[in-house]
Design a protein around this ligand. Structure first.
Ligand code: RB5
Length: 149
């Protein structure tokens, strides 16, 4: 298993087409997109999908996670309950770059009722192309980790 190339994707019912578009975009760029669904449009609660994706990131099975719901907010809150997860909601590429560079985020959340597909793909690319800067930012991220103990 090549964890470094694996990105898990999940969503609730509100974001299935956008999630699938992102999965296709990632696969075309050479990532292994681990799309854990759902695939059918019935209403389904975002916490369980946020948790499922977060556990694959926290365990090391996947390097990053991308989660989506209507706003991106609820599924982000659920993902952040899992130890070791740092997930931010982004509606712009600048924020997506910064949560990698400064916060060492390992998950990105998107709102399918907030951003269209074109912008969402730009946000995803900004997140994945950025690198954590370490240094003083590592000290601060360590302080977040302490809060989990
Ligand atoms: C579902 O209607 C909606 O509440 C959900 O997708 C999400 O926006 C919650 O944060």
């Amino acid at each position: 298993m090549v964890t470094a190339n694996r990105i898990v994707l999940s969503s609730d019912h509100a974001a299935i087409p956008l999630r699938q578009a992102i999965a296709a975009h990632l696969a075309a760029a050479g990532w292994v997109a681990v799309d854990i669904g759902p695939t059918t449009p019935e209403s389904t609660p975002y916490p369980k999908h946020g948790e499922a994706a977060a556990r694959l990131v926290a365990s090391g099975d996947c390097r990053f996670g991308i989660v989506l719901c209507g706003t991106g907010q609820g599924i982000m809150m659920a993902a952040n309950k899992i130890k070791g997860i740092r997930c931010g909601v982004c509606s712009d590429p600048f924020s997506a770059r910064m949560i990698r560079q400064h916060n060492d985020a390992n998950m990105l959340s998107l709102g399918a009722r907030v951003v269209g597909e074109g912008l969402a793909l730009e946000i995803v690319d900004a997140f994945l192309h950025a690198q954590f800067e370490g240094g003083r930012h590592a000290t601060r991220v360590d302080m977040i980790d302490v809060l989990e103990r």
